[in-house]
Design a protein around this ligand. Structure first.
Ligand SMILES: Nc1ncnc2c1ncn2[C@@H]1O[C@H](COP(=O)(O)OP(=O)(O)OP(=O)(O)O)[C@@H](O)[C@H]1O
Length: 754
């Protein structure tokens, strides 16, 4: 390479700071000279002031110019101090509080001397000391402002964008998995242009996994969300030993850990506030690790007198390890027929609790436990493959889930539904309407994200990279916490925790007897009245207490508002009867939802709302034809109608001869066989198979509600179309022939049409 010719090169341009520095020296030096000579006091002071001022301006200007770098250095220093503190300070692992057997919180006794973690400088009290230690507790390496600015402006230039100098970096947020780099948009670059070139930018940045362009919280800015090349693990132990979690856990009723957010802050919640959670994620996305983290954090904090579990595990793998915990109301349930029974049992328990609460004149479990001598434990029902359960016991279970999710919170009963297949058949409108808190891990298609989160989501990366939709509608991206990334360590932890609680609760194991559940159900029905799966509420309201309901409607219409105490006073009835009337009126659409202590709003009657039977009837027919089945709940949800109107529509559909006879135990009615054309049925079959990958003729028969012969002949048509392959032997089933890409295209075009 040639040496540059000095003569030809223009004189290097001075850095502006150098100029300001020289100028300030021009004033400061004579000032110093005059000062040393002790003369011209006024002039000396003036020179000092001008020189000092100029120097100050120069320094501030330089700091401003390099603010992103300075900010980065500052953050880096904070991280270093923090990681130092993590190693040295006893605060990082202070004694952890656990509930004692009476349900109040106390500080657990110190660790045993021989605890292996102690040798590693970590002291956690039992049972928290069982938690595996994170082998890589450091935060992920974050890009410096300068590196990010160069890299990103380079990538944008390569995409043909007009970027003539390094980007002005505004902030860098770094979590365990991702870093979000916000920058001022160069004058000639639009956010939409960046979004359009997202794939190319990811390519130039060498970041194919989960790169995203998003809006930044500053004016005229954008953010690049880039995965760390070396992600940090988030261990349950890290979050549970964070003082912020401990402070929260000491006040919360059912605290549990989610993970860490995009800035690396611990993320946790109280189950009583959620109050039910849907967890969706494709296979290997991190769903089970997350559910185990949630259960682990709950079980570390709550003894069996405070929390009971009912585990439903159709795959018989994920939750089997919890067998033997004294918290279990029954051994993990794997038979789905039993799952439906278990759900009925939960409903019975819920009704029983409502009775108990009414007797004490309280509205919820919290108040009950403050007043009653014998406290009620919380109950958490966990379903590990919700799709499998829906497949076998669909309508019945859906109905039960709806009842539980609507009413069970006050009774201290909560639900986690996890699924690999969040198709609309599985995560139905009814289930979604009742599960306001939803967690999504990586899913197969944008349609799935929309089904779960009601909106598109960034391309989640798997391995516990998740998005949570809170009941208030806000979302947050997070990295889920795991007990350990080493499977055997996670298993040892659960086994150790089981022994801990078994030892503490010798002889107090009380399980629901699932074998004799039917008998037990009858026994309970003797106590709290008949229990008929689906039609109980409506029948009771329609036939049981018509006069009371009419009087109640009159009272609320006169008063212009509704509350339990109003009905109690005016109708001279007890709390439980009044509370039930209010609930029934809400279900029928006469009054609005409960709004924390305020009287409920009286909604206009069906007639006043101008309910147009004819218009709604044609919509109801369309829904029936596209779904193949219908119920009052579906109509209520889809057409946003009050119960009475939905019931009127259903009756009309029945009178017109469009519905099959009702099936006992289910309130969902199928479209009559002969009313459906082959084309409609084939479309429904294809959609069901694409979303569930299930080609079993018996399931298709159940879902479509048509005769077996017709299902088989339709399957033959799908074989001739090249959609299915016929069974290879008499014992084998049909198989789906479509490739993944074809399925995606089909589902996306269907979603667009819808
Ligand atoms: N929070 C996490 N941190 C680090 N790795 C994780 C995390 N969550 C999941 N993983 C990794 O992803 C793998 C798959 O996770 P997991 O078994 O939870 O998936 P899944 O969604 O339950 O799959 P399936 O539905 O097939 O059971 C784990 O073995 C683990 O290596």
């Amino acid at each position: 390479m040639q040496e540059p010719d000095e003569g030809q090169n223009p004189k290097p341009k001075k850095h502006p700071f150098e100029e300001i520095f020289e100028l300030s020296m021009f004033f400061l030096l004579p000032g110093a000279l005059l000062y040393s000579l002790d003369t011209l006091e006024h002039v000396t002071g003036l020179l000092f002031k001008i020189g000092g001022g100029l120097l100050g301006v120069g320094v501030i200007r330089e700091i401003w110019r390099h603010r992103s770098h300075v900010l980065h250095l500052f953050n880096r220093r904070k991280e270093l101090v923090h990681s130092h503190a993590e190693q040295a300070s006893p605060l990082s692992n202070p004694p952890v509080t656990v509930p004692d057997m009476s349900g109040t919180w106390r500080t657990a006794p110190a660790d045993k001397e021989d605890n292996p973690y102690r040798q590693r400088g970590i002291q956690l009290s039992e049972p928290h000391s069982l938690l595996p230690v994170n082998p890589k507790p450091r935060p992920s390496d974050t890009m410096s402002g300068d590196v990010a600015a160069d890299l990103m402006s380079g990538a944008m230039q390569m995409c043909g964008m007009n970027v003539d100098q390094p980007l002005d970096i505004l902030s860098i947020d770094s979590g365990p998995t991702l870093q979000s780099i916000s920058f001022r948009l160069p004058a000639k670059v639009q956010l939409t242009a960046l979004k359009k070139r997202e794939e190319d930018l990811a390519n130039h940045l060498g970041s194919h996994l989960g790169f995203e362009v998003s809006t930044a919280p500053y004016k005229s800015s954008a953010s690049f969300v880039i995965p760390h090349t070396d992600r940090a693990f988030v261990y349950l132990r890290d979050v549970m030993s964070d003082p912020r979690y401990q402070e929260f856990a000491n006040k919360a009723e059912l605290p549990f850990v989610l993970g860490k957010d995009m800035r690396g802050n611990p993320l946790f919640a109280d189950f009583t506030k959620m109050p039910h959670m849907l967890v969706a994620g494709a296979t290997n996305s991190g769903k089970s690790v997350f559910v185990n983290g949630v259960l682990g954090s709950l079980l570390l904090g709550c003894g069996p007198e405070r929390l009971k579990l009912l585990l439903i595990d159709p795959k018989a793998v994920e939750l089997a390890i919890y067998k033997g915990f004294p918290h279990l109301l029954a051994p993990p349930i794997t038979d789905m027929r039993r799952a439906a029974l278990a759900f009925n049992k939960v409903i019975l328990e819920m009704e029983k609790r409502y009775e108990q609460m009414a007797e004490l004149g309280v509205r919820n479990i919290l108040e009950y436990n403050q007043k009653a001598s014998e406290k009620l434990p919380y109950i958490l029902v966990v379903v590990d493959e919700h799709a499998d359960m829906m497949m076998v016991a669909g309508a019945e279970v859906e109905d039960a889930i709806q009842r539980i999710s609507q009413k069970a919170r006050a009774a201290g009963i909560h639900l986690i539904l996890a699924t690999q297949r969040p198709s609309v058949d599985v995560v139905t409108g009814i289930i979604k309407a009742n599960m306001p808190c939803r967690v999504s891990f990586r899913l197969q298609s944008s349609v799935d994200y929309r089904t779960v989160l009601d909106r598109g989501a960034p391309n989640l990366m798997g391995f516990g990279d998740g998005m949570i939709l809170y009941p208030n509608g806000s979302t947050s991206r997070f990295q889920s916490a795991s007990v350990s990334v080493v499977d055997s360590e996670a298993t040892d932890f659960i086994t150790g925790l089981k022994s801990y609680w078994v030892e503490k609760n010798q002889g107090t194991l009380e399980e629901w007897d699932m074998q004799n559940l039917e008998e037990r159900q009858m026994e309970l029905e003797d106590i709290i009245g008949p229990f008929d799966n689906s039609s109980k509420d409506n029948a009771e309201v329609a036939e049981g207490e018509p006069d009371l309901l009419t009087s109640a409607l009159q009272v609320i219409n006169e008063a212009g508002q509704a509350s339990v105490s109003l009905l109690q006073r005016r109708l001279r009835i007890g709390y439980s009867q009044a509370a039930k009337l209010v609930e029934d009126m809400e279900r029928m659409g006469h009054v609005g939802p409960y709004e924390g202590g305020k009287p409920r709003e009286v909604l206009k009657s069906t007639a006043a709302k101008g309910f147009e039977l004819d218009k709604n009837y044609s919509l109801a027919k369309q829904i029936l034809k596209s779904r193949g089945n219908i119920s009052e709940e579906i109509l209520k949800y889809e057409l946003k109608l009050p119960y009475e109107a939905a019931n009127q529509l259903l009756r009309k559909l029945d009178e017109e001869g469009l519905l099959e006879h009702p099936v006992s135990g289910s309130n969902v009615r199928s479209l009559k066989d002969e009313n459906r054309t082959d084309e409609e049925l084939l479309e429904q079959m294809k959609y069901f198979i694409c979303t569930t990958n299930n080609t079993r003729s018996s399931d298709l028969q159940r879902i479509l509600g048509v005769r077996k012969e017709r299902v088989l002949s339709l399957m033959q048509s799908l074989v001739s179309e090249g959609f299915l392959a016929p069974p290879l032997s008499s014992r084998a089933g049909y198989t789906l022939l479509w490739e993944e890409g074809q399925i995606q295209n089909y589902l996306e075009s269907k979603a667009e049409m819808d």
